[in-house]
Design a protein around this ligand. Structure first.
Ligand code: 1CP
Length: 346
């Protein structure tokens, strides 16, 4: 069974044998070849160039026989296309060129031309498929409206995005207007990714935990469902929502095919809590990739054994790979998964 078929089956909870494997943020600062390119180009330039984006998407697959390539891009390309650019801050993290201060700022955001401005992503996806051939899967992604709003309102990286939470709490109507605009653009954007041959779409709701339980649907899940509804007939959707384990049953009200679980949650607990048809992605701690190959092998085997026979498990890290990840640890992870017995060989 090739990688693409394996992933397709796992997203229907019908995989057999070892789980498919991909790694969140495959590209990144842990690869010397990525760092070499980054010395020559700034991040936004790399994201916007289909040629460079394809190159960076392929870098991890040249080293490791992963089952999928993740398109090199960022969730913040969407605000940028709507008229709110982003950049790296000198002190680290992301800054938006301006922040949305009030409802009056919403007319700075363009919804009609945004999807067209993102054509560099679809061009990169088309080229990536040409380079990769038919046997490997391609994973597309976008940020959720809530998580994008966090960066847009607070103006960049923050531990807790207080302005966003205040706005959503105090002016729900104008907040909903921003969500509508983002949802409209995201629907067009994910449809364009689906038409460009992605095998699955991951929606990142990285800041989901900032929504109180009572507001979770109104602030975040409602909009994710609207996006999912428009794309799910052609491409399965996986939701990544970094949030406490107790929230899993609330998240599973979303009409997605799978949930990506962060490393704080036990996968057995997730399997028991989620409806049986859900695919579960995860969930090794990214810090594991900074230890040594033996520890990686042992910990990966423990996870594989725990999920053995689960047709809907996709093996992944619980969050993005970090700059100090060691290549030999990645090698050990990939070898351990690939050598895991294929129980049924059809
Ligand atoms: O060279 C560098 O320093 C760039 C580091 C980097 C990379 C490799 C950033 C900056 N973004 C990315 C790519 C990226 N971003 C991918 C993967 C594509 C690939 O395989 O390379 C993905 C899936 C994202 C998604 C993303 N960007 C999220 C959601 C996932 C998550 O991490 O929770 C978020 C929140 C962002 C914003 C962002 N982009 C980059 C950084 C450092 C950040 C986080 C800023 C913060 O701390 O809030």
């Amino acid at each position: 069974m090739n990688s693409r078929e394996k992933i397709k089956r796992a997203l229907k909870n019908q995989n057999v044998g070892r789980p498919p494997l991909w790694v969140m943020r495959q590209a990144g600062r842990y690869l010397p070849e990525y760092r070499a390119l980054r010395k020559k180009h700034n991040f936004v330039e790399m994201v916007k160039s289909p040629e460079l984006a394809v190159e960076v998407s392929l870098q991890p697959l040249r080293r490791f026989p992963l089952d999928a390539a993740i398109i090199f891009s960022d969730i913040l390309v969407v605000p940028e296309a709507m008229g709110q650019p982003y950049h790296f801050r000198d002190q680290g993290g992301i800054g938006m060129d301006f922040s949305l201060e009030s409802e009056n700022c919403l007319n700075k955001l363009n919804t009609t031309e945004a999807v067209g401005k993102l054509s560099y992503v679809t061009q990169a996806l088309t080229r990536l498929r040409e380079e990769l051939g038919e046997s490997k899967a391609i994973l597309g992604f976008c940020g959720s409206p809530w998580t994008l709003a966090c960066y847009m309102i607070d103006g960049g990286s923050s531990p807790d995005f207080p302005k966003t939470v205040n706005w959503a709490q105090n002016s729900p109507e104008s907040f909903a207007k921003l969500m509508e605009k983002l949802t409209e653009v995201l629907i067009g954007y994910v449809q364009s990714q689906a038409e460009s041959g992605i095998d699955a779409l991951q929606i990142f709701d990285s800041w989901n935990a900032l929504c109180p339980n009572s507001k979770l649907r109104e602030w975040s899940l409602k909009w994710i469902d609207q996006i999912t509804a428009e794309v799910t007939s052609s491409v399965p959707v996986i939701l990544y929502a970094k949030s406490p384990s107790e929230r899993l049953s609330l998240l599973s009200n979303c009409k997605v095919a799978g949930i990506s679980i962060d490393h704080e949650t036990d996968l057995e607990f997730a399997r028991k809590t989620l409806p049986p048809e859900f695919t579960i992605q995860g969930n090794l701690d990214p810090a594991l990739m900074e230890t040594d190959p033996e520890i990686v092998q042992k910990t990966t085997l423990e996870l594989l054994n725990k999920m053995e026979g689960d047709g809907g498990h996709i093996l992944n890290l619980g969050h993005g790979i970090r700059p100090h990840a060691k290549i030999e640890c990645m090698e050990s992870l990939v070898a351990t998964v690939l050598e895991y017995p294929e129980m049924v060989t059809d």
